[in-house]
Design a protein. Structure first.
Lengths: 232, 778
């Protein structure tokens, strides 16, 4: 198993205001697998993604990536872990405003010794024409493509996507999903995508449904629906 | 691969030109001035130190009543010294100033020609550069002496034995306005000198002393030889010669203050930059969170955000140093040339100045920004992603009563939101007001002193008599006795306003950080018309009044005991202070004449001077050591005005620049921080004028309040600074005075500078686009 989650617990607040967000999550993910985490707001899916991403610590439980335990890692080790293994895509693109598209992608490339070719990636992402523009000259979809480029350019083992289409319209969302699908297929990255859009589950190998901080069910699709064929 | 984040720097520089330019200019100006000062200071000190050898400065000088004969020369020459004639004559000029004319020197105390040429014919003179400037004399001009003699000025010089223009070594302050020196050809000098020739001789030791202790011993031995050789009128070894030593002792004294000002400025700028960085971190929180989530380390981000301020400081320091070594060095040298008659200097590279103006500021800026960033970036990536940067949890909001009108509450919220900015602004205003007040206070204190000193004098003229050296010659007792008789007759006066008094100078030793100072003791009659209420002393306890200048300068009050020491020998005297005498002109001690004579063992009938309201004209000038009149009482203030007063406009200018830049930067940050809210207010229908009222007025309130509330503590600080200057660096006393006009001018200048900033900020508000608020909602 490439990624193993064992009995993860997480709560926020203290005393009366304490809220248990995750109640013992157990999950295993194979290398190159496309996993969709589905669930309504407050189900704990973003928290789970953040814990896997090493930006939010679990209260208890174990995360093992490629045989390496995350628990007990110091801040610097966690940073190196993210640097070596993870790519992040957020709903709000969080691009650096005074860097061009190309440079924003280079921000990710800089972190890896085995970075993908930025020019090739720009073409794959359909951003070649826009490579010298700064974020506020781009549409939302183009900005999210740039954010995807920034995340995948370092060829991460795991691509964490937190509602990547949450701020986009239907057509642009489909474009972005297709792109993530291609990244998964071309570069073999393991993808964990958080979404509340039920229609997206069809494109995943595994669908994990969360509710109230617990895994409600795990479904394994025998065949994946191409992103372009998804409808909602 | 280079860190792609570095590519933000030139763009940030372009986008934030105003901010970085303001910081850069302020740094350049500050560092330039300090660098210029330090370079000029060290180059000048080197020039001064080298002048001793270069211009063969004397080891001392003495004066005889008559020209020495061959036997006298031989006798003194046998004491291990070389003697050089250095005769002079003090000539009054038509404008009342005194010009001391020397024959051109060729062996000792050489002159440094700074402009023009040396005199070549009778009727020509080369005068001291500083004196010439202070009296509006230029090369080619003609000086008119009081007796009608005309002297053409062929050159401007610095005489190496008059780097400070003390006319009399007993003076507490030099006077480069009313006293100057000049050289002439021997023939010209013979014609111009008149009959009042001072037979002064410079000496150089054949075997130079190893240290100052040996120098003192050698001088004492020589004094005995000279005293025995003739009628000695003056004897000044180099170590006691203020005209030679004062410059060296005074130079470098302002260095610490200037350096402290630089570091205060750097710290203030670092905090301004800190506020800017803080604002950037808030703006870029999600980007920072993303970068951290991607694997960028905290150290990489700290370095990234530190880079610009450190680079700007480095650029400012380098530009400042270039400016310092070129333009500003000359300006600072001009300040020295304004006070002293220094020789030509050569600019020397100063490693210490470079270290202090470049390495320390850059390190200081790096350290402050590092600490701030390290603390701010300690939050988890998730908190950055959630823009949850506050340290306090929600619920800590200060409640404002609903009774307060909405707009006032809004402004209060703006102030509360920007408290760190306003705190830095307040410190900046304090600093700028400090500089402004310092720049304005000194000229006003000096002017006020000069205007009111007439009413403060004990009497119009104080004459301190001088006992010729030969009267005290114990090797020729008979001659000494006869001279004493002659002296006693010569010092009697017919002047009806004259009142005898005993004057004796003791020294107050340096203590608690104060400088050693000579204190004049006035022993006056109990029924004196000039000093009233002198207490009667008993045998065991000597009661005195101290002047209010003494009391203020040395924190003395009635009931205290003061101990004063002999200047040239061992011996200390303790006096009990019975009260304070209202006399602000100088630190002095007043006591009963017989008590003074008894305490100091001077003899019952002893007196050594006259207090008078009209000039005493019937005593030979050679028996008069010092005259304290209006002119001498204003010497300190006049000299301070010449040497420091005229450069105060620079301090004022700098203060206004500091004020302007700080307010500009901080109010700019406030507007930028609220760009989204301003944009939203525009969408809601607020007009630019109304929005300005919300976002600019809080800054106005803080700025104006800051300008006003800092005045009282600064006034108190100024009072202390003046006192500190007086006690640590100067003899005498100038009471503090704050011209009420200053309290109006300072806020007016501040408000003027602020008005310009407010206008710029108003334009900025007008330019905030309405889609600003919509960007992040996309």
């Amino acid at each position: 198993m490439f990624l193993e989650l064992k009995d993860l617990h997480k709560a926020y607040g203290q005393g009366d205001s304490r809220v248990e967000v995750l109640h013992g999550i157990d999950l295993g993910v194979q290398k190159g697998e496309f996993v969709v985490l589905l669930g309504p707001s407050g189900s704990g899916k973003s928290t789970l993604l953040n814990i896997i991403g090493g930006i939010d610590p679990a209260d208890s439980g174990e995360i093992i990536i490629d045989g390496e335990k995350m628990s007990g890692m110091k801040e610097r080790q966690l940073t190196l872990y993210r640097r070596r293994h993870l790519g992040y895509i957020f709903q709000m693109y969080n691009l650096i405003p005074n860097l061009t598209v190309r440079e924003n992608i280079e921000v990710g490339a800089y972190l890896s010794r085995e970075a993908l070719d930025v020019d090739d990636l720009l073409k794959v992402l359909g951003l070649w024409e826009h490579r010298n523009k700064v974020p506020n000259q781009l549409s939302g979809g183009q900005q999210q493509r740039t954010a995807i480029g920034r995340a995948v350019v370092k060829n991460p083992d795991i691509l964490l996507c937190d509602e990547p289409t949450g701020a986009l319209d239907y057509r642009t969302s489909k474009d972005i999903l297709q792109l993530i699908e291609r990244v998964n297929q071309i570069y073999g990255s393991t993808v964990l995508m958080v979404t509340h859009n039920d229609a997206i589950r069809g494109m995943a190998d595994t669908v994990v449904r969360l509710r109230d901080g617990r895994i409600r069910d795990i479904t394994r699709n025998t065949s994946r629906i191409p992103a372009k064929d998804l409808e909602w | 691969m280079h860190n792609p984040l570095h590519r933000r720097f030139p763009r940030e520089l372009r986008e934030e030109t105003g901010k970085y330019l303001a910081i850069f200019l302020l740094l350049t100006l500050t560092i330039g001035f300090v660098s210029g000062f330090l370079v000029a200071d060290s180059s000048m000190i080197t020039a001064y130190n080298e002048s001793f050898e270069k211009f063969n400065i004397e080891d001392g000088n003495f004066a005889f009543r008559e020209e020495m004969n061959r036997a006298q020369r031989k006798k003194i020459g046998n004491a291990g010294v070389q003697i050089f004639e250095n005769y002079y004559a003090d000539r009054k000029m038509e404008n009342g100033s005194t010009l001391r004319l020397f024959r051109e020197r060729s062996e000792v105390d050489l002159a440094d020609l700074m402009e023009g040429r040396m005199p070549a014919a009778a009727g020509e003179t080369a005068v001291d550069r500083l004196f010439a400037r202070n009296n509006g004399i230029a090369v080619g001009d003609t000086i008119l002496l009081a007796d009608g003699t005309r002297l053409e000025v062929t050159g401007l010089v610095a005489l190496s034995d008059y780097s400070t223009l003390f006319s009399d070594n007993n003076d507490s302050m030099f006077d480069s306005v009313r006293f100057g020196v000049g050289v002439m050809t021997p023939e010209g000098w013979e014609q111009a000198a008149g009959r009042e020739i001072r037979y002064s001789y410079a000496w150089k030791y054949e075997s130079p002393p190893a240290d100052e202790a040996q120098e003192r011993d050698m001088a004492e031995d020589l004094l005995k030889v000279c005293g025995a050789a003739g009628e000695l009128e003056d004897f000044i070894p180099r170590y006691a010669n203020q005209a030679i030593r004062f410059t060296g002792e005074d130079m470098g004294g302002d260095k610490v203050m200037i350096e402290v000002l630089l570091y205060i400025m750097i710290v203030i700028l670092a905090f301004v930059i800190g506020v800017t960085i803080s604002n950037t971190i808030t703006e870029e929180a999600s980007v920072i969170g993303t970068l951290r989530a991607m694997g960028y380390t905290r150290a990489e981000l700290v370095r990234h955000y530190m880079a610009m301020p450190v680079l700007i400081t480095l650029a400012g320091a380098l530009a400042g140093n270039i400016l310092g070594y070129t333009l500003l060095k000359d300006l600072c040298a001009w300040m020295y040339y304004n006070s002293y008659s220094l020789p030509t200097y050569v600019t020397l590279f100063n490693g210490e100045a470079f270290f202090k103006t470049t390495v320390i500021p850059v390190c200081l800026m790096a350290a402050i920004t590092f600490l701030l960033l390290e603390r701010r970036l300690r939050l988890t990536p998730l908190r950055f992603l959630r823009r949850d940067l506050g340290r306090k949890k929600q619920g800590g909001v200060i409640r404002l009563p609903a009774a307060i009108p909405f707009l006032s509450r809004f402004r209060t919220r703006v102030i509360l939101q920007n408290l760190p900015n306003y705190l830095v602004l307040f410190v900046g205003i304090l600093f700028a007001n400090f500089l402004l007040m310092f720049g304005m206070m000194l000229p006003s204190v000096l002017q006020h002193y000069q205007e009111t000193v007439t009413d403060r004098l004990l009497c119009r003229y104080q004459y301190i008599l001088k006992v010729p050296f030969d009267v005290m010659d114990d090797t020729h007792r008979l001659r000494s006795f006869l001279k004493m008789m002659e002296y006693s007759e010569a010092i009697a006066t017919e002047n009806e306003t004259a009142e005898k008094f005993s004057a004796y100078t003791l020294r107050r030793p340096a203590q608690n950080g104060t400088k050693e100072e000579e204190i004049l003791l006035y022993g006056v009659a109990q029924d004196s018309r000039y000093v009233e209420g002198v207490p009667a002393s008993s045998e065991g306890k000597t009661l005195v009044l101290v002047s209010s200048a003494y009391a203020d300068k040395y924190d003395t009050s009635a009931g205290d005991e003061i101990t004063l020491e002999e200047i040239y020998e061992d011996g200390a005297y303790t006096f009990t202070v019975a009260g304070i005498y209202d006399y602000e002109v100088a630190p002095a001690v007043f006591l009963e004449q017989k008590a003074l004579n008894r305490t100091l063992d001077l003899g019952e009938e002893y007196f050594s001077g006259y207090l008078a309201d009209t000039p005493v004209t019937d005593i030979d000038s050679r028996y008069i050591g010092t005259v304290i009149d209006l002119e001498s009482a204003t010497k300190i203030s006049r000299q301070l005005d010449v040497s420091m007063g005229k450069m105060m406009w620079m301090v004022d200018f700098f203060a206004v620049v500091v004020f302007f830049v700080l307010i500009y930067l901080l109010s700019k940050i406030i507007i930028e921080k609220n760009a989204e809210s301003i944009s939203m207010a525009k969408i809601l229908g607020y007009e630019n004028r109304e929005i300005s009222g919300l976002y600019i007025r809080p800054t106005t309130i803080v700025a104006v309040l800051g300008m006003i509330v800092t005045l009282p503590p600064l006034t108190a600080a100024m009072q202390r600074i003046l006192k500190w200057m007086m006690t640590t660096e100067m003899n005498g006393w100038i009471p503090f005075y704050l011209d009420p006009k200053i309290c109006v001018i300072i806020p007016a200048l501040g408000i003027g500078a602020y008005a310009v900033v407010a206008l710029l900020e108003y334009r900025k508000i007008c330019s905030v686009p309405m889609d600003e608020a919509l960007k992040n909602a996309e």
